[in-house]
Write a protein of this length. Structure first.
Length: 431
């Protein structure tokens, strides 16, 4: 039942490739492909993207004209075309949610399914389903919990992300890089390298918010959204996703705090939360409180802040703890460090009889104070040891599975892996 007294639309049956116990969770739904019947029934991805972008132009323009405007009419942008486009952004092979419906099954009758979904969303009969709990291994050996949403929840969330991005991308600050259109991990690393190499940075704060996605306060989240969103139907939709809860081994847990890691909309909600809790505050602190130059780079819940003066760094860290505590967050005690690092760190520590500057890890890389052949300062990056070991093991297992293939084909695959690694390494060198 769909909550309106009527049965949900029939899904074309098919063999499900992902068994409930198999590992197939996605940290964030990536772009999928429109293949087979689904590709014939709905718009092409390129055409769909252009249509979606044009439809949201008025929202972007209104946001640019007035960055404090509250939008009271947004649901009309969630059209069947947008929902179909959102469907094609999902990974066809992603694990199914609690309903067990796969991408291929839904694609079998895509036009009918999208039409019914749009009708339910518009009349308020759409009901969010709980996420299916899944665990994936982390590089340190621990397990990361993910919430795998039902397919229709993914579709509606992806569509809503596109609408909300038209509003929030105008407001988000430049030093925020995680999970934003046109920005990547590479951009964050490049900005960090440039800032430490060419700005007056002597101290680096490596701060990590403890269990951030699990600690997002729902009341604060909704209050932050209401700064820009005046449409009650949109707010109710987001509240449904936040409170849908998690299903694990047949047991449902209510969603009273946090947002599921793995939900399509979670990265955007996280950025909105930290925009108000951290970004605006840090930007104001840099302009009004700091007594010396300061750089900020944030990627999701990881932030690196560079300071010229130790007094600024010490005060910022102390006040950051207070700021986060006011919004139900705190810094991870083992992953938050203030270290001496920068162009002059090695020389200053040598004069004092201290050891070489410490290193810090962020976005999969260990950052080290080094020098070029000419003796100039260079921020050196090495893949984190645990990440490197995990990647080498992954390559070893892949090569083992390819033993039956021709040697030339194995060589081409391995060459592609090496070339990608080399390109990535050189892309990370500072300008």
């Amino acid at each position: 039942m769909n909550g309106s007294g009527k049965s949900d639309p029939p899904i074309v049956p098919g063999k499900r490739p992902n068994k409930p116990g198999q590992l197939g969770a996605e940290a964030v739904e990536g772009r999928g492909g429109a293949e087979g019947t689904a590709g014939q029934q709905s718009m092409g991805r390129t055409q769909g993207r252009e249509t979606v972008s044009q439809a949201l132009t008025c929202v972007r323009e209104a946001t640019k004209r007035n960055k404090r405007e509250r939008f009271t009419s947004l649901m009309h942008h969630v059209t069947p075309d947008l929902l179909a486009w959102a469907f094609h952004q999902l990974k066809p092979k992603a694990a199914p949610g609690v309903d067990g419906v796969t991408w291929e099954e839904y694609a079998g009758a895509l036009d009918g399914n999208i039409g019914d979904l749009h009708h339910r969303v518009m009349r308020g009969a759409y009901r969010a389903k709980p996420s299916r709990r899944q665990y994936i291994p982390k590089p340190d050996g621990r397990q990361r919990p993910l919430g795998i949403a039902a397919l229709e929840d993914k579709i509606v969330q992806r569509a809503m992300v596109e609408v909300l991005n038209a509003i929030y991308e105008v407001n988000f600050l430049g030093f925020s890089y995680g999970f934003r259109p046109g920005r990547s991990q590479h951009d964050a690393l490049d900005a960090l390298a440039y800032g430490i190499t060419y700005r007056q940075v002597n101290w680096v704060l490596d701060a990590d918010i403890r269990a951030f996605f699990d600690c997002i306060n729902h009341d604060w989240m909704m209050r932050f959204l209401e700064h820009r969103i005046g449409n009650r139907r949109v707010l109710r939709l987001i509240a449904k996703w936040l409170k849908a809860g998690v299903m694990e081994e047949g047991t449902w847990t209510d969603g009273t705090v946090g947002t599921p890691q793995g939900a399509v909309i979670s990265p955007l909600l996280a950025n909105i939360y930290l925009h108000y809790v951290y970004d605006l505050w840090a930007d104001h602190w840099r302009k009004r409180t700091a007594t010396g130059p300061m750089i900020v780079v944030r990627y999701a819940d990881d932030t690196i802040v560079g300071f010229q003066r130790h007094a600024d760094a010490d005060r910022f860290l102390r006040e950051l703890r207070e700021r986060l505590a006011a919004f139900s967050l705190d810094l991870h005690p083992d992953k938050t460090r203030l270290i001496e690092l920068g162009r002059h760190a090695a020389q200053r520590r040598s004069v004092k009889g201290l050891a070489k500057p410490e290193t810090f890890d962020v976005l999969g890389f260990t950052h080290i104070c080094g020098k070029t052949g000419s003796g100039w300062f260079l921020l050196v990056r090495h893949t984190m040891r645990k990440r490197l070991q995990a990647k080498l093991l992954e390559i070893k297992e892949a090569l083992y599975r390819m033993l039956h293939q021709p040697v030339a084909e194995q060589g081409r695959w391995l060459g592609q892996v090496v070339r990608t690694a080399v390109r990535f390494k050189f892309a990370l060198l500072p300008p």
